[in-house]
Design a binder for this molecule. Structure first.
Ligand code: ADE
Ligand code: ZN
Length: 336
């Protein structure tokens, strides 16, 4: 029989929760620091990797924003994204819906267009070399003001052909979705899809706000929904997907171990759960490693692994014909 790893690798999968800045591997960070003559407060890539021991979301974000300073020109963003795409192509990722954080770059003088140009070059190349498809999601940093986010939205609208959705990320607690009601309403008026991180560290109330105030139909993380059975029932009834990131949740101490993760319970409750990697360079694994970690720790069956892959295609923004094609190939993998 095929190994579990070979089985998961062969399943066509969509990645729906991936911060491109979170794919910055220490070796590339050091290479770019040398290129731009930026000093990093670590002696080597090994020493930097050894510092990836986080107490919570904020302690991770502090390092993540500091390291992103090495990304300066369009070629840096191209190399960053192409490195990610080459790696996950070999893991069976056929489609990626990818976040980027404009304010992390525009706030230090890098033009929005520079970021988008570099990213698009990589995604276009991956489409022609590997047949991989993508969507780009511009995220607002929720620790900054709604007025700042409105300025980002102006730039998103100037690059409307490249960007299909807006999202909300960064420090969750104390920055509820309702803070961005006006920005998201304007984004929706312009036909942008909306998503939001909610219920990672924040309470179930933030998930209700994301649904009812921001109009999202897919929640990033959402694992704290389990504390509110009525909310779980609604997620099931309305088929609202959660983009769950198991290795991230353990590294950022949302769960104290992968064995205690609630992914399997949510899946068995009927929620459209998907598996994703969040910031894989920091959390010890890309998409395949996330699938394998939950499979081993929670004892997921092969039909459950196939359901997770099917959910990722269903919850994606691919056109219906592509969804039907990928779903049929997942069904074929499942039949063996
Ligand atoms: N930005 C990058 N990773 C994040 C996460 N896990 N939560 C919130 N914001 C983020
Ligand atoms: Zn995230």
């Amino acid at each position: 029989m095929q190994s579990t790893e070979a089985y998961v690798r062969a399943l066509p999968k969509a990645e729906l929760h991936l911060h491109i800045e979170g794919t910055l591997e220490p070796e590339l960070a050091f290479g770019l620091a040398r290129k731009h003559r930026v000093a990093l407060p670590y002696a080597s890539a090994e020493e930097l990797r050894a510092a990836y021991d986080f107490a919570d979301l904020q302690s991770f974000l502090d390092l993540y924003y500091a390291l992103a300073q090495v990304l300066r020109d369009a070629d840096d963003f191209y190399r960053l994204a192409l490195g990610y795409l080459e790696r996950v192509h070999g893991q069976g990722v056929v489609h990626a819906e990818v976040f980027f954080d404009p304010q992390t770059h525009t706030g230090r003088g890098i033009a929005f267009g520079t970021v988008v140009d570099g990213l698009r070059r990589a995604f276009t190349e991956a489409q022609s070399r590997f047949g991989m498809t993508h969507r780009l999601i511009a995220c607002f940093l929720r620790h900054l003001s709604a007025a700042d986010a409105m300025g980002v939205l102006d730039e998103v609208l100037e690059h409307r052909e490249a960007i299909c959705a807006v999202g909300l990320d960064s420090s969750e607690v104390g920055h509820p979705p309702s803070k961005f009601a006006g920005v998201f309403a304007r984004a929706r008026e312009h036909g942008l899809i909306t998503v939001a991180h909610a219920g990672e560290e924040g309470p179930p109330g933030y998930i209700y706000e994301a649904l009812d105030i921001l109009g999202v139909r897919r929640i990033d993380h959402g694992v704290r929904s389990e504390e509110d059975p009525a909310l779980v029932a609604r997620l099931v009834r309305e088929r609202i997907a959660l983009t769950v990131c198991p290795l991230s949740n353990v590294k950022l101490r949302v769960f104290d171990s992968i064995e205690h993760h609630n992914l399997k319970r949510l899946l068995e409750a009927g929620v459209c759960v998907t598996v994703n990697s969040d910031d894989p360079a920091y959390f010890g694994g890309y998409l395949l490693e996330n699938y394998l970690a939950v499979q081993r720790a929670l004892g997921l069956t092969r039909p459950q692994l196939a359901s997770l892959a099917r959910n990722s295609i269903e919850a994606s923004w691919l056109e219906p014909a592509a969804k039907r094609r990928w779903t049929a190939s997942i069904d074929a993998c499942e039949r063996g």
